[in-house]
Design a protein around this ligand. Structure first.
Ligand SMILES: Nc1nc2c(c(=O)[nH]1)N[C@H]1C(S)=C(S)[C@@H](COP(=O)(O)OP(=O)(O)OC[C@H]3O[C@@H](n4cnc5c(=O)[nH]c(N)nc54)[C@H](O)[C@@H]3O)O[C@H]1N2
Ligand SMILES: Nc1nc2c(c(=O)[nH]1)N[C@H]1C(S)=C(S)[C@@H](COP(=O)(O)OP(=O)(O)OC[C@H]3O[C@@H](n4cnc5c(=O)[nH]c(N)nc54)[C@H](O)[C@@H]3O)O[C@H]1N2
Ligand code: SF4
Ligand SMILES: [Mo]
Length: 702
């Protein structure tokens, strides 16, 4: 028996913690993972780890995880050889496109795509050949407003200023719960310690959230906001800064600020207060506190992007940082300078160049809002979607009105899923192609180094051998591309392995051959704990990609959306508004099949304020029926003083009790799906991002 230690980043969430894995090799058996711990030598994560990382071994060993391609015949799944599977896909997709046009094939890419670098480098090698405009992803149920506001203001959708959490004195957090999520569009392992450090150096953390979340509970101040009301709060804050002369000059070249000031002159704290349910005096005081701090940063995430004015919210967050002098400033919000620089390597993007067929929703960066996916399948006529490819996604549980999507999936001519499980979505596929597990694959964080609170770089080789006959995700795409090119007699450019691409990106990047760092794959191989490239530094002025290389404070598309804001009304008092929540032991929809993570008391219940329960004659622990415009679910309710009255909270990603789901542990504690209640017609109309928070619902005894 031999034991070896390996170091590697955890790929499960955006925190990218460094791990130390102990692998034990038995004489007569294969290698086994015998311990997973945080890596104290990782200078970025400093030994931090959460319970999900320990479950990496459960993912590895899960008997429900698919290990070979599976083909569905009726309700039966049968193994199929890789080559046969590739030829079958090529034949079916080519035939559908020949008969119904290119757009008859749709694509949905899910969240783990950005946690798996081979998917980042190679999915388009195949998907690009399809030349379909019906491309969708989890972006439009998540962070599209971040990208769109950055694209419009800074000229590139990935120029996302990151909170300089280690140097700020005042952190204002809206719609994020990093203590549960471990941070998002802010790659920050060990976030709790870093937030406490702000308090220890005399600074302040303020959280705005309709629930007293774990992060709100540790903050110096928590403000309950009416779901969807953040836009009004942010207008009130910005207006107060202007009105009370609390702005500071910025070194950045800026166009349009005077236009903004004029356009929002009526949006005073007093007029905004009823729309967000925060007293005007508190809005004004918050603006003064924010302005008074030497170094302050306003950060908003998922809770503020998945609402009706998500893009306005993110635009306003940027403006608050800008006019308070904190954009592109140490202790404020700073853009990273990653070793593999996707911003430098790509053009800024495009927006609204084409629209979806049925509802006319705008594309962003070549993708349409996923709320339109089901209607594109269900609405007959030229251009109707007849085939779907899902890649590392579970849209039945993740996108609004999941039941409608299920109905649409049931009617497709062909569906391919590249996934590890037979789950709520992939059970509709004709073919599932499973890749190797993460530990059998190399790893580089192309995406999350871009969002990190320090500039860091780390490459990890596979820890476990690749099983015979298994393929990495990127190899599946190469196989599919070759078969499709052969079937359609198109030419295919040669490609290289993801690791080689990273090597090239590193060497051409800011710390590459032309620098003193001389970063390459070979250098990173010598640093298994990763390399720290230093704290974030002001760089936005040189990285701006707008036409005139100036910050656009008043982009036309955003200013036009102010008209829509004028229609915002406070909802009737008796209405309940549904929001989501995350738990550190869960991860979206796909990590409920590991006993280690789901044991203990259930976490999928509806939370409701005791007064709201009493008003409906409901009691703590009772089963209730929740209904919305699109559907109804049943689940247990828990009384919680942490909820804002009038607001109820249900986590998404549950609802596993569906026929044919082959996830034996998950189906035993199924919960219900929040997205059987969310409404595909409720959108941030500017970006097309789904509204997932603030859904009007009724709750009654089941
Ligand atoms: N109501 C509500 N809905 C939400 C949210 C919310 O807060 N509330 N959050 C939204 C957000 S932020 C997101 S990002 C989306 C997520 O939505 P999705 O990305 O659609 O869903 P996931 O649950 O992440 O599903 C991931 C899938 O990828 C598979 N998988 C995991 N690893 C790999 C891999 O390495 N390769 C391959 N090929 N497959 C893999 C899993 O088996 C699973 O099927 O959900 C959104 N939906
Ligand atoms: N453990 C765990 N970690 C995760 C994930 C997971 O599922 N589990 N998912 C990963 C993914 S894909 C993402 S995108 C990130 C998301 O990371 P975060 O953005 O931090 O997401 P949440 O933890 O859902 O926090 C959103 C907060 O917004 C609040 N909220 C809801 N509606 C409103 C509103 O109208 N206004 C305001 N101000 N607040 C509101 C909710 O109560 C909640 O506390 O987390 C990632 N990390
Ligand atoms: S917080 Fe947990 S899941 Fe996220 S990277 Fe770190 S160990 Fe992995
Ligand atoms: Mo997400």
């Amino acid at each position: 028996m031999t034991k070896t230690l390996h170091h590697r980043a955890c790929h499960l969430c955006e925190a990218i913690c460094g791990l130390t894995l102990e692998i034990t090799e038995e004489r007569n058996g294969g290698p086994r993972i015998t311990s997973i711990k945080g890596d104290p030598q990782d200078r970025f994560s400093r030994g931090h780890i959460c319970p999900k990382a320990v479950a990496l071994q459960d993912i590895q060993n899960d008997p429900d995880r698919l290990r070979q391609p599976m083909r569905r015949i009726g309700n039966q799944w049968q193994p199929i050889e890789w080559e046969d599977a590739f030829v079958l896909v090529a034949e079916r997709l080519a035939a559908i496109q020949e008969q119904h046009g290119r757009n008859a094939v749709a694509i949905y890419q899910g969240n783990p795509s950005v946690h798996n670098y081979g998917l980042m480098t190679h999915s388009n090698y195949f998907l690009g050949l399809l030349k379909t405009r019906n491309r969708f992803s989890a972006t439009s149920v998540d962070q599209l407003p971040h990208h769109l506001s950055s694209y419009l203001m800074y000229g590139h959708g990935l120029l996302l200023p990151i909170p300089d959490i280690d140097h700020t004195d005042f952190m204002l957090i809206l719609g994020a719960n990093p203590l549960a999520s471990n941070g998002s569009i802010m790659t920050v392992p060990d976030v709790e310690k870093r937030l406490k450090a702000i308090q220890e150096r005399g600074g302040k953390v303020v959280v705005v959230d309709p629930r007293r979340s774990e992060t709100a509970a540790m903050a110096d101040q928590h403000l309950f906001v009416r779901p969807g009301g953040d836009v009004a709060l942010l207008f009130g804050l910005l207006n107060t800064l202007f009105e009370e002369g609390l702005t500071r000059d910025s070194h950045l070249p800026v166009d349009g600020l005077a236009d903004v000031q004029q356009a929002i002159s009526a949006f005073t704290a007093e007029t905004m207060s009823p729309l967000c349910s925060i007293p005007a005096a508190q809005i004004r005081q918050l603006a003064r506190d924010f302005a008074a701090a030497d170094k302050a940063v306003c950060y908003g995430r998922m809770g503020v992007s998945t609402q009706a004015f998500g893009t306005l919210c993110h635009w306003l967050l940027q403006l608050l940082n800008l006019v308070s002098g904190n954009l592109d400033r140490v202790g404020g919000a700073l853009c990273t300078q990653p070793a593999v620089d996707l911003v430098a390597a790509t053009s800024g993007g495009h927006f609204n160049v084409w629209q979806s067929r049925v509802s006319g929703l705008a594309e962003y960066g070549g993708e349409l809002p996923v709320s339109a996916l089901a209607e594109e399948m269900l609405t007959e006529g030229e251009g109707q979607v007849r085939a779907l490819i899902t890649v590392a996604g579970n849209p039945v549980l993740s996108t609004p009105n999941g039941r409608q999507l299920e109905q649409a999936l049931g009617g497709l001519d062909f569906m391919l899923s590249i996934d590890l499980y037979i789950n709520e979505t992939t059970r509709y596929a004709d073919l599932i192609l499973p890749s190797t597990s993460a530990l059998e694959n190399d790893h580089y964080d192309t995406t999350f180094n871009l969002f990190a609170v320090r500039n860091v770089s780390r490459f990890n080789r596979a820890i476990l051998p690749k099983p015979d006959g298994a393929l990495h995700d990127w190899e599946i795409f190469v196989g599919l591309a070759k078969a499709f090119a052969a079937r359609t007699q198109s030419t295919l450019k040669p490609t290289i392995a993801p690791a080689q691409m990273i090597d090239m990106g590193l060497r051409a990047g800011p710390y590459g051959d032309a620098s003193s760092f001389k970063l390459s794959l070979a250098t990173l191989d010598q640093h298994p704990h990763g390399i720290d490239l230093g704290a974030l530094q002001p760089n936005l002025a040189t990285r701006l990609k707008t036409d005139n290389r100036r910050v656009q404070a008043a982009p036309a598309a955003i200013m036009a959306d102010l008209q829509r804001f004028a229609t915002l009304r406070a909802p009737p008092l008796e209405e309940l508004l549904l929001i989501g929540r995350r738990h550190v032991r869960s991860n979206n929809s796909w990590m409920h099949n590991y006993h280690r993570l789901v044991k203990g008391k259930p976490r999928h219940q509806l939370l409701m304020h005791p007064d709201d329960l009493a008003r409906r004659d409901l009691s703590d622990g009772q089963r209730v029926r929740i209904s919305s415009r699109v559907g109804a679910v049943e689940v247990e309710v828990l009384a919680s003083e942490d909820m804002m009255p009038g607001v109820v909270s249900l986590p998404h990603g549950w609802g596993h009790a569906r026929p044919g789901v082959q996830m034996s542990i998950a189906v035993e504690q199924p919960g219900c799906s929040a997205n059987d209640l969310t409404d595909e017609r409720q959108l941030d109309e500017l970006s097309g991002n789904a509204v997932l928070n603030g859904i009007p619902v009724k709750v009654e005894a089941a």
